[in-house]
Design a protein around this ligand. Structure first.
Ligand code: AHR
Length: 353
């Protein structure tokens, strides 16, 4: 209680801000509401703390010449994630007069990503940008940041929390629509009975869940499409290629179509077919927009590729600027993506990464 009174005195004197007060209360094991009720004598302060949602905008934060931004990346196991990290680092460099920037990579270890966020809170980041590897487990990280008064912006993927309540905003593509676009193309451009296999992204990741559901919401209404198999290829060529090799042995020329949740897995599937000497024309639908994949659409090797733009740096730092300017930010900021087909791919290769 003595420590809490000291924090309250510092808050009133203006030597610490509201976030620091809530952080201090959290360190004492108190949530915002508990801190508020302990501060009953100072009613204004109590009301402020009780109603405080540190992620709400416009926020009451301490004005600083420079803010410290932490970026928690889940992994760098495919070109998409490298492009995303490069985009964030390049933008941070452009705005280095206003922001110091630190980045961590969780190396495909969800527990490490939760603890990376904990480290960023402890090192007094003013705002954390998170690309949650898995939806449910990363809820613990945003909850910890919220309790400590550190705002979180989720980019590319989302955790199980709610935008504008548990974190400031979600900046992402619409993964459901991406899956629907691939399925719609297949429904419109194929004939007869189609047997297909699905290479899914990392189990538990929001794009894997949504791209699967989006695709099936369209394809399941077409009785001529039949799923032969579906496996987790972890969004990587290295995981997807041996799965496709096994399917070629098991199903051979029964396979008419391959649906891949990202380009790296589509390239792996294509390589597996080449290496197996599989010559049948198979429809391949993919998502991401690597330059290499767009070129393969132009060359007729892939049927359709839906973009998932990884260049999050500019839009994310624009949102950060707005946050620290006290301006309201929409709960969801949706990235607009191209659909590459034989008709437009050659002229759009440069939009890839
Ligand atoms: O969250 C976006 C997805 O994650 C991309 O499609 C994929 O390549 C990445 O690993």
């Amino acid at each position: 209680m003595q420590d809490l009174n000291r924090l309250a005195a510092e808050l009133r004197a203006g030597t610490i801000n509201r976030f620091d007060f809530l952080r201090g209360a959290a360190a004492l094991g108190l949530g915002a509401a508990a801190a508020a009720s302990a501060l009953d004598p100072f009613n204004a302060l109590a009301v402020m703390a009780a109603s405080a949602n540190p992620n709400q905008t416009p926020a009451h934060f301490m004005k600083k010449a420079k803010y410290k931004i932490g970026f928690s990346q889940s992994e760098l196991n495919n070109p998409w994630r490298v492009a995303e990290s490069d985009s964030m680092a390049a933008e941070a460099k452009k705005r280095s007069a206003r922001y110091t920037y630190i980045a961590t990579v969780a190396n495909s270890d969800t527990h490490k990503q939760v603890s990376d966020v904990g480290d960023m809170i402890a090192s007094k980041c003013d705002l954390i940008v998170l690309t949650p590897r898995e939806k449910d487990p990363l809820r613990a990280a945003t909850a910890k940041a919220l309790a400590a008064g550190v705002p979180v912006i989720e980019i590319d993927r989302t955790s199980a929390g709610k935008a504008a309540t548990d974190y400031v905003t979600a900046i992402e593509s619409n993964f459901i629509i991406q899956g629907q676009k691939v399925a719609t193309w297949m429904a419109a451009n194929t004939k007869g009975q189609i047997n297909f296999v699905e290479l899914r992204g990392t189990t538990g990741a929001s794009p894997a869940i949504d791209r699967h559901n989006g695709f099936y919401s369209v394809i399941s209404k077409q009785s001529r499409f039949h799923q032969l198999d579906s496996q987790d290829g972890n969004f990587t060529l290295a995981n997807a290629k041996p799965i496709m090799t096994q399917w070629l042995t098991k199903y051979g020329s029964k396979i008419d179509m391959v649906y891949c949740h990202n380009d790296d897995m589509a390239i792996g599937a294509y390589q597996a077919m080449k290496q197996a000497g599989f010559t049948k024309k198979v429809y391949i639908g993919t998502i991401d927009g690597q330059k290499k994949a767009i070129q393969m659409v132009a060359d007729g090797l892939f049927s359709v590729c839906v973009q998932s733009d990884p260049h999050f740096g500019p839009v994310t730092f624009d949102a950060i600027d707005m946050y620290f300017a006290g301006k309201p930010i929409p709960a969801h900021i949706t990235v607009q993506d191209h659909t590459y087909t034989k008709a437009n791919a050659a002229s759009l290769v440069m939009t890839g990464f």
